[in-house]
Design a protein around this ligand. Structure first.
Ligand SMILES: *Cc1c(COP(=O)(O)O)cnc(C)c1O
Length: 468
């Protein structure tokens, strides 16, 4: 089949529009004998019948396996150089009590950045000592709670915070371990390793400022300097950005005397959202980054620190699939330079309220009909949501079987990270439930909202109504 003139260059018409590309769909996802897509051994039609649509499905086995593989990869790479690692799961990608438990059971620590995320991790019985707390504007309440429960590391992001945190720790008679966030000027997603040290963004201290902040922390009575931190962005492929950033951070470590127990290099490992994406294997990342850390330490004559990482998306993203039901299908004639072309709009029963990433970041996704296989030829479609916004796109460009029709279930791959986490009630659409699947069984891990839940928060209702 020839490509539609409306298809982006990277999107190749598939030989079979039923096929589930293994790099994009959760490991083990397949079509059963009747053509229904099964995730974690549970069929899409059974999930839709039981939980309704839209529904976000998380494959527990895949999430756990990715967490374990990440930990093993970094532990092995670090052990080769004679040091250790800490792997923090970045909770902001997707956090619930159940997911926090999975991560803990797979040997990961957890990163939080607000009081809400902290309370979820604590509710999951993750020991506070295994938590890291980030954020450029942590409130005094957040800092007090973090210090009181014994959060392992707090990542300092401003000079004001040095004083604020020291005062809280002093009042509580505790010593708080801290890392200092450094902006290394590396932005790997843009492949633009900035030369300037004066960068126009909100996080961290410049390479030039960092030694001064280190001195402030070392002078503070109730703070203990545990290390330096950086995070170069998200959805990054390859090792170059991480290696460059690590080298720049180690230059600061050398400047401040070399005695830094922990070097935290953040998260940001990219995943495949479409068959055009090639995710870098985690082992390659681990080896490549640890090699440069070891080489830089050797060259500068400084002891090798424990190295920490904070992956979110790469652990939970590929474990998620969102199921929607098709409501309408409509052909739209579009003018192109070669004449007119047809774009088939497939409208589903969710959209930017459960996945704002296409609207926010022009993010691309992959979709398949999940409730049946079809022998029809591939047709270029745009999967859109039900919101009152023309930018309400779910999958900008995909080839689905041409007979896609109302009542079909459409599955969108790789929605585990930053979809539920960024979801909203736009247009008063209730947020869908999150269902964990594993070994043929399904269970709700985050309850979906009902219209009654939405009305319950509306204080304009008469109290008698609101209490119902
Ligand atoms: C967002 C974030 C992460 C996680 O990024 P991913 O791309 O999900 O791996 C880790 N550390 C910090 C400080 C972050 O802000």
């Amino acid at each position: 089949m020839s490509a539609s003139p409306l298809a982006p260059g990277w999107l190749v018409p598939p030989a079979d529009p039923n096929a589930l590309a293994p790099a994009v769909w959760p490991e083990g996802a397949h079509r059963d004998e009747s053509g229904v897509v099964a995730i974690g051994g549970v069929g899409a039609t059974a999930l839709a019948e039981r939980f309704g649509t839209p529904v976000m499905v998380l494959d527990e086995g895949v999430a756990r396996a990715r967490a374990a593989r990440t930990r093993t990869a970094f532990e092995s790479a670090a052990a080769r150089h004679g040091t250790g690692v800490r792997i923090y799961y970045a909770g902001k990608a997707f956090l619930s009590v159940e997911v926090a438990r999975w991560m803990r059971q797979e040997g990961l620590r957890i990163d939080v950045s607000t009081l809400g995320e902290l309370e979820v991790a604590l509710a999951a019985d993750v020991p506070a000592a295994l938590l890291g707390f980030h954020g450029n504007n942590k409130s005094v309440t957040e800092i007090e709670r973090a210090v009181e429960v014994g959060v392992g590391s707090i990542i300092i992001d401003s000079e004001i915070e040095v004083e604020r945190l020291a005062a809280v720790a002093a009042r509580q008679g505790r010593t708080q371990r801290v890392l200092i966030r450094v902006n290394t000027g590396v932005h790997a997603e843009t492949h633009d390793f900035l030369a300037t040290a004066h960068e126009d963004q909100k996080f961290g201290f410049s390479l030039g400022q960092a030694p001064h902040i280190v001195a402030r922390v070392r002078e503070a009575d109730h703070l203990e300097l545990e290390g330096l931190h950086c995070h170069i962005g998200s959805q990054i492929f390859g090792t170059d950005g991480f290696r460059e950033s690590a080298a720049r951070l180690l230059q600061v470590v050398a400047q401040i005397g070399g005695d830094v127990p922990v070097l935290n290099l953040g998260g940001g490992f990219g995943i495949a959202y479409t068959s055009a994406d090639r995710a870098t294997p985690i082992e390659e990342l681990a080896d490549g980054i640890l090699d440069v850390v070891a080489a830089e330490c050797a060259a500068r004559g400084i002891p090798l620190p424990v190295v920490a990482f904070e992956p979110g998306r790469s652990i939970i993203g590929p474990a998620g699939v969102t199921l929607y039901e098709v409501g309408t299908v409509k052909d739209v004639t579009v003018d192109t330079e070669q004449g007119t072309a047809n774009r088939r709009y497939v409208s589903v029963d969710g959209g930017m309220s459960d996945n704002p990433r296409p609207a926010l970041y022009d993010a691309q996704y992959s979709a398949r009909i999940a409730s049946r296989a079809s022998s029809d030829a591939p047709e270029l479609v745009r999967v859109v949501g039900k919101h009152c916004e023309s930018g309400d796109i779910v999958v900008d460009a995909e080839y689905l079987p041409a007979d896609v029709a109302p009542g079909d279930l459409v599955a969108v791959a790789a929605t585990g990270a930053y979809c539920h986490a960024l979801s909203s009630n736009y247009n008063h659409v209730p947020r869908p439930p999150v269902v964990a699947v594993r070994d043929g069984a399904a269970r709700v891990i985050v309850r979906g909202e009902s219209i009654a839940d939405l009305l319950a928060r509306d204080a304009g209702l008469a109290p008698s109504r609101g209490d119902e």
